[in-house]
Ligand binder design. Sequence first.
Ligand code: GAR
Length: 192
Amino acid sequence: MKRIAIFASGAGTNAENIIRWFNTEEDRGGRVALVVSNKPDAQVLRRAGALGVATEVVTSAELKDEDFVGGMMDSYGIDVVVLAGFLLMVPPYLITRYDGRMVNIHPSLLPKYGGKGMYGMRVHEAVVAAGERETGITVHLVSERYDEGRILFQATTEICGDDAPEDVARKVQELEQLYFPRVIAELMEGMW
Ligand code: GAR
């Protein structure tokens, strides 16, 4: 059974969903062993704690410290890293260490509406402002270039003429809840 760490900075709706999906009696190939946040007051930490998952807070300076983070990941025996709304840049040593075993979710159909500064509502606002007729989610491997790692999965949803960014956010969140844990499970199935 592989051990998953989720890195998240915000509300943690994805983290909670992934924990609920994997941490059951049923063997789904992995368990969430750790949730890491750079924000001590992030809601994701409370959600994880309430579900009995260990949490750690790392500062941006600590994140750059290979020995510190490497030691933390080893102490929890982490095999796979999931980025779910994690707003700090992941340092190269960590990407190398989890090469092919670190995934990110982005709330648009990459390569559209990706890149630096594009996260959360900003993405949905840009999508609506551009008059797009559809949007969706992208799950991709993490590489050193922002939002450019190999795409593992995409799902789309329609945008109606009068949809506000909040409506688009809700539709995208439904896709995230439905697909993200399953894509992680599929990735792990193909691993060693
Ligand atoms: C999610 O919609 C995720 O796709 C997005 O942040 C949100 C986190 O929500 N990620 C990005 O925008 C990455 N560039 P959550 O904390 O409720 O899971």
